[in-house]
Design a binder for this molecule. Structure first.
Ligand code: ITT
Length: 195
């Protein structure tokens, strides 16, 4: 099944593709994808806006991904503002530095956080699937690791004690990440639909 992924984030697109391809999906991108104003207040609303915009330009079944980091000590921030936390959209280094500064001095037990990924898939029939995946963990004291993107160098997933997400291989990240979990749920739903 052909699926358009409605993202302008290259690293996110690569993750979507490397998880969906082995599940049997042909991932396509559309260079004409418009810039979507992410004015929803939830990850789900924004994922849906992206999926609808992608479908509108391509006519293909389309997946939108809205994701981010929710930090307990910050009341869930940066949340849907994760990409622009420090001002400029997509400045990963500045976003992570701002987060570490805000949590400076907080002990490990007060640094709880979760990555969230909402996916919305829209179909030419008008049908929509909406779901989310979560990865629980904590914010590290300092950045470590070179893999991944965004907040990966400052996020310690519960499944790999003492390691940041950026110290994991792509396979290790996909097995436990918010995006990996959400995509596997989506793949199962799509297979049920098509059965
Ligand atoms: P599109 O809207 O074009 O898909 P974007 O980067 O603007 O790309 P989002 O609005 O969903 O995407 O923001 C996601 C931000 O959340 C991203 O910039 C990272 O800072 C963070 N994020 C999401 N998934 C992440 C992951 O797997 N690892 C680290 N940070 C992640």
């Amino acid at each position: 099944m052909k699926l358009l992924v409605a993202t302008k984030n290259e690293k996110k697109r690569a993750e979507l593709e490397r998880i969906l391809a082995p599940l049997g999906f042909v991932v396509v991108i559309d260079p004409a994808l418009p810039e979507v104003e992410e004015n929803g207040t939830t990850f789900e609303e924004n994922a849906r806006l992206k999926a609808l915009a992608g479908y509108a330009v391509s006519g293909l079944p389309c997946v939108g991904d809205d994701s981010g980091l929710c930090v307990e000590a910050l009341g869930g921030a940066p949340g849907v503002c994760s990409a622009r936390f420090a001002g400029k959209h997509g400045n990963d280094g500045a976003n992570a530095a701002k987060l570490l500064e805000l949590l400076d001095g907080l002990p490990p037990e007060k640094r709880g956080a979760r990555f969230v990924c909402a996916l919305c898939c829209v179909f030419p029939s008008g049908k929509e699937i909406l779901l989310r995946g979560v990865c629980e963990g904590a914010v590290a004291a300092a950045p470590k690791g070179k893999n991944g993107f965004g907040y990966d160098p400052v996020f310690l997933p519960n499944e790999f004690p003492g390691k940041t997400m950026a110290q994991l291989s792509a396979e290790q990240k996909d097995a436990i990440s918010h995006r990996g979990r959400a995509l596997r749920l989506l793949a199962n739903k799509l297979k049920e639909e098509l059965a």
